[in-house]
Design a protein around this ligand. Sequence first.
Ligand SMILES: Nc1nc2c(c(=O)[nH]1)N=C([C@H](O)[C@H](O)COP(=O)(O)OP(=O)(O)OP(=O)(O)O)CN2
Length: 151
Amino acid sequence: MNRVRVTRVFHFEAAHALYGYDGKCRHIHGHGYELHVTLLGEPLQDPSHPKQGMVMDFGDIKQCIQQHIIEQFDHALLLCRHTPFFELADTLQQHTDRIVWLDYTPTCENLVIDFARRIRSVLPTQVQLHHLTLYETPSSYASWYAEDQPA
Ligand SMILES: Nc1nc2c(c(=O)[nH]1)N=C([C@H](O)[C@H](O)COP(=O)(O)OP(=O)(O)OP(=O)(O)O)CN2
């Protein structure tokens, strides 16, 4: 048995604010995020199958991540609902439907944990999420690895 990792890279733009943070990132500001999604599995061994030799078709990975992550988070404003920002919810939502109210502070770490949970819940059973890396800037990123998680 040979198991192989396959990776696809995605980009999205989002604004966020780290409420209560002791630096400039407490203000609403934007990032061009880059998300690396790495899956682990065994390439399909079935000469009669159109996905022969693939862990998961790159096109299917794209469709899955687009639907479950990018369509929600791209060009969105990411805010924690447990902050005074939530007092603006009704007003903001009259003018845009691209606000994602989160139960957590939208740090790079918390976002990558949330993305891992969302992706794992929709992946086909024959592949595993090996790791995710989310770049908030070209020089700052957070990674989630399945092997790092408690059993
Ligand atoms: N561990 C984390 N630290 C910080 C996060 C985070 O998500 N996890 N986020 C921020 C801010 O959102 C911001 O994106 C980064 O701020 P900063 O490092 O200041 O970004 P710059 O690229 O502008 O850095 P310079 O050193 O000013 O070039 C903060 N920290």
